[in-house]
Design a protein around this ligand. Structure first.
Ligand code: SF4
Length: 97
């Protein structure tokens, strides 16, 4: 009989792992919408290129991919649609905050 050395607990799903880069669970926002048109989606200019980040998670941003988001991810419950006004401000700054 095999002895279990530790309790691995429940498997962590991909959406749970995404929490460091999203303020709430991906998929908890409006259905059929994505981060692409959220006012909090922002581009961070790194040495090697631009990376998509969620402005609401700036306190967690790292230089690695762990805090990157993808434009096609399902929305989280903090999703807010872009307006022409905040979109223009973000485009002018280059580094949206
Ligand atoms: S839906 Fe908006 S607030 Fe939520 S993770 Fe995507 S960019 Fe951030």
């Amino acid at each position: 009989m095999q002895q279990q050395l530790f309790d691995a607990g429940e498997l962590t799903s991909r959406t749970e792992l995404d929490r460091r880069c999203t303020p709430a669970r991906s998929g908890s926002g409006p259905p059929r919408e994505t981060c692409r048109i959220c006012r909090f989606k922002t581009q961070w200019e790194g040495v090697a290129g631009r990376y998509l980040k969620c402005a609401l998670m700036k306190h967690e941003w790292s230089r690695g991919g762990a805090t990157d988001i993808r434009a096609n991810w399902p929305t989280c419950s903090e999703w807010k649609p872009k307006t022409s006004e905040n979109e223009r401000t973000n485009d002018e700054s280059g580094r949206n905050e």
